[in-house]
Design a protein around this ligand. Sequence first.
Ligand code: ATP
Ligand code: MG
Length: 556
Amino acid sequence: MKNEETTNFIRNIIDEDIKAGKHGGRVHTRFPPEPNGHLHIGHAKAILLNYGIAEDYNGKFNLRFDDTNPEKEEEEYVNAIINDIKWLGCDWEDRLLHASDYFEQMYKYAVQLVKAGKAYVDSQNSEDMRKNRGTVTKMGKDSPFKNRSIEENLNLLEKMKNGEFEEGAHVLRAKIDMASANMLMRDPLMYRIRHAEHYRTGKKWHIYPMYDFAHCLEDSIEGITHSLCSIEFENNRPLYDWFLDQLNVHHPQQIEFARLYLSHTVLSKRKLIELVEGEHVRGWDDPRMPTISGLRRRGYTPDSIRNFCDRIGLAKRQSIVDTALLEFSIREELNKTALRRMAVLDPIKVIIENYPDDLAEEMDAVNNPEDPDAGSRKVPFSKIIYIEREDFMEDPPKKFFRLAPGSEVRLRYAYFIKCEEVVKDEKGNITELRCSYDPQSRGGKSPDGRKVKATLHWVSAKHAIDAEVRLYEHLFTVADLSAVEGDFKEYINPDSLQILTECKLEPSLLNVEKGSRFQFERKGYFCVDTDSAKEKPVFNRTVTLRDEWARLQKRK
Ligand code: ATP
Ligand code: MG
């Protein structure tokens, strides 16, 4: 069944194909990651698109590791990728596949092309090969080896395969057209010699297929019907068509869509690797990273990422999506689901002088005003509490309605308090505030109709839990990193991580599980970090409460 809301141009093509009986009406998609890095939000877009289509059309979805390059690939990445895709909620059933399993079949196809006079072994050195390839404005020139006999080509290819030559001595090329306007059609490479060890096939192979030869065959071998890929492969399509037509094998329909670009970050594995290896971030899953593992650690849910991808939709044309929309997606979800708690991130001590020394009261606090089923909890109140340092000003400007000498505010769920005295150390720093409370205002209700303009969150000092809280800003200072000159790393935001180690939390946050999410009242949504420990919980701020997306929309 098709979900109308997510209809897009790709689905229109598939609808037409089904109507025309193409591929017997089957729909079979795949996600083909190269295991040379961790997945990012751009990959999530591709994964959810492919999986969503398979699901909606009652089709199949393959996860295939495009592991034809022995040099850069690592098992660590394979496992991380599997974990991330599972977490996104996509199911490949028993079809966890590897391109390296098709090496034998690919080689047979190569031999078939040689036998048909459609491929040849070229022995030019790389410099000559480059020179003879021509340029966009200049035609290429045929290799002097282009007219080798089929027997000689077969013989050389066999020896290449058996490891009888040095790397770079020969390559196998498709025999197409050195004068083609499409540079990719100028006798592209099919195989190169590499005496490298592959993480799955070991030392068996001495030649490895090039991406452009391998990729279309992988889709064909698996019976993929719709090969969805990002727009940069548009120029490769004629080449894929050429290989598949020459071999006369199953021919998937390739459809291109725009890559996701996100503001204030980079979405290229090469650049993400640079950030990790240069220790500009604390690893692949640093909550500032646009990786799926980073987003997960930051507090994003699979649903929020799915909703984000649905919202941005699909287009052929490139555009940059504001990170504020991604943040909107998680804020919207957590507003409905996250339990409210009180946490003071930058505490200042408040002593309520007319409150009994040994009394501790239990105040009723609502768990989630958006969810009546979430109930309420008790929050302890006592003589000494913490409030946020920024909620007090000794010398406030006119519009400052929070606590100031002589002013009165409400403590959420507790009492009205009034600031009577400011205590400072010898350097003049404020160390504590002396206040009085109105016993008649229990629950934060006005006893006589008098109004206060601010409601502050607080934590009882005696009952508080110590915690570390990590606040994040954009990783980069500019929105569009594709437009910057020079090294992208020069635009890293030096203030992207702020660590607060003196935070005070209400006691119901004791023993929270890693990965659980809360709203800290007035401060945003927070998620328990993987570094969290029983002795000292660690929270990441997922997002603030401020809807930056709405503001951007209004400005338009
Ligand atoms: P990167 O540029 O980050 O290295 P890649 O395309 O080389 O990405 P692959 O592992 O080859 O990485 O990607 C697997 C699939 O993910 C490809 O089909 C590719 O089209 C898609 N993909 C990669 N980046 C994006 C993106 N930003 N938006 C949408 N799809 C993407
Ligand atoms: Mg790629």
